[in-house]
Ligand binder design. Structure first.
Ligand code: NAD
Ligand code: IPM
Ligand code: MN
Length: 368
């Protein structure tokens, strides 16, 4: 049998640093669990621009379409801020999402017990937290037309368009209801139907999908601004949250801080099933390239490691091995291993990216 294929795109800033730890963990699964992957590595973002003059080459795009799963580190950096819009590192990632049609972005926010005291919220508010944000990823204001910066009279106008079709809302709503069925059975849909027509349509379609196909799931609707407030007030009221591309971007960063650090939050971006029945998929941490700490060996690799765990679960049908890896991260945190982002300023010497990777590998060994 041929091995499953993985395309690794480390990207920019801390991307390559955290991905180096994931590479070691992939090798561990090959050596110790008989789970070998055929891994190819390629360029995305500023790293691709530096070599090819574009943030994602057509060749890399074609490879991404062929593999069983893509694993991405992060893209972006201040040195690319002045590039033409179409050449910015972020456009490489957006092209991958759009052309692979990865419409359902799963962003789980789980608070590991060992980090409950570290959250900026009270421990009782976050302890045991386990929510799943499903962010629509291929439409909305990120892609709507018209868009651009135009001359209008004697000044310029910047335009982006929020646009959602019924079928785009329908398919992401189904993804959220399917997840809820395997979890606590609740979906909260967030939009701003009070001020946006696209929000009115969003609410109608989500309700219709619910009534026709998922009546057993408990559905509620919330305005996205109130949703942000409720996420900070009492996040444990939520199970699955389904929302659009932009609100999902904001709300998932908020949710990240409930868990202690942006360095902890993984994500899976899933599309329609391929010929083998598995969804097209890209896995990446929610965080960015963290230019402020890049190159210093300080980055927390857990979000990227946990993104690989999501790949094991959603692309390779290895739920038990995914749980093994998640438990290894949990053990390491319970043992007090902390990268700098998980410590107070006076907390002593933090673990480096490599030391955190070493600790996870040791916990994996101990799990056998
Ligand atoms: P960021 O997520 O890179 O960083 C925000 C803060 O969180 C920084 O202080 C950073 O040091 C910290 N942080 C993030 N990840 C961390 C980790 N693993 N360990 C420890 N600390 C971590 O967001 P930003 O600063 O707003 O953006 C920087 C660049 O990254 C921009 O170019 C942006 O467009 C890009 N970005 C890319 C992605 C992605 O590739 N998916 C996501 C978000 C931002
Ligand atoms: C994310 C990022 C991206 C987004 C950028 C880098 C394109 O913030 O994945 O959360 O806005 O979707
Ligand atoms: Mn974001």
């Amino acid at each position: 049998m041929t091995n499953p294929t993985l395309l690794i795109l480390p990207g920019d800033g801390i991307g390559p640093e955290v991905m180096a730890e994931v590479r070691r963990i992939i090798d561990w699964f090959g050596a110790k669990r008989g789970l070998a992957f055929d891994v190819t590595e390629d360029l995305v973002g500023g790293a691709a621009y530096d070599v090819h003059g574009v943030p994602l080459s057509d060749e890399t795009m074609a490879k991404a379409q062929e593999v069983d799963a893509v694993l991405l580190g992060a893209v972006g950096g201040p040195q690319y801020d002045t590039l033409d819009f179409s050449l910015k590192p972020e456009r490489g990632l957006l092209r991958l999402r759009k052309e692979m049609d990865l419409f359902a972005n799963l962003r789980p926010a789980q608070c590991f017990d060992a980090l409950a005291d570290f959250s900026s919220l009270k421990p009782e508010v976050v302890a045991g937290l386990d929510i799943m944000i499903v962010r629509e990823l291929t439409s909305g204001v990120y892609f709507g037309e018209p868009r651009g910066i135009f001359e209008e009279g004697n000044e310029r106008v910047g335009i982006n368009t929020q646009r959602y079709t019924e079928s785009e809302i329908d398919r992401v709503a189904r993804a959220a209801f399917e997840l809820a069925k395997k979890r606590a059975g609740k979906v909260c849909s967030m939009e701003k139907a009070n001020v946006m027509e696209s929000g009115i349509l969003w609410r109608e379609v989500v309700q219709k999908v619910h009534d026709e196909s998922y009546p057993e799931v408990e559905l509620s609707h919330m305005y996205a601004d109130a949703g942000g407030m409720q996420l900070c007030r009492w996040p444990k009221q939520f199970d699955v949250i389904v929302t659009d591309n932009l609100f999902g971007d904001l709300l998932s960063d908020v949710a990240a801080m409930l868990t202690g650090s942006l360095g902890m939050l993984p994500s899976a971006s899933l599309g329609a099933p391929m010929a083998n029945g598995r969804p097209k998929a890209l896995y990446e941490p929610v965080h960015g390239s963290a230019p402020d700490i890049a190159g210093q060996g300080k980055a927390n690799p857990c979000a990227c490691i946990l993104s690989f765990a999501m790949a094991l679960r959603y692309s390779f049908d290895q739920g038990d091995e995914a749980t093994r890896l998640e438990k290894a991260v949990e053990t390491v945190l319970a043992d007090g291993v902390r990268t700098a982002d998980l410590m107070q300023a006076e907390g002593g010497a933090p673990a480096s990216t490599r030391q955190m990777g070493d600790a996870v590998l040791a916990a994996l060994d101990a799990s056998l």
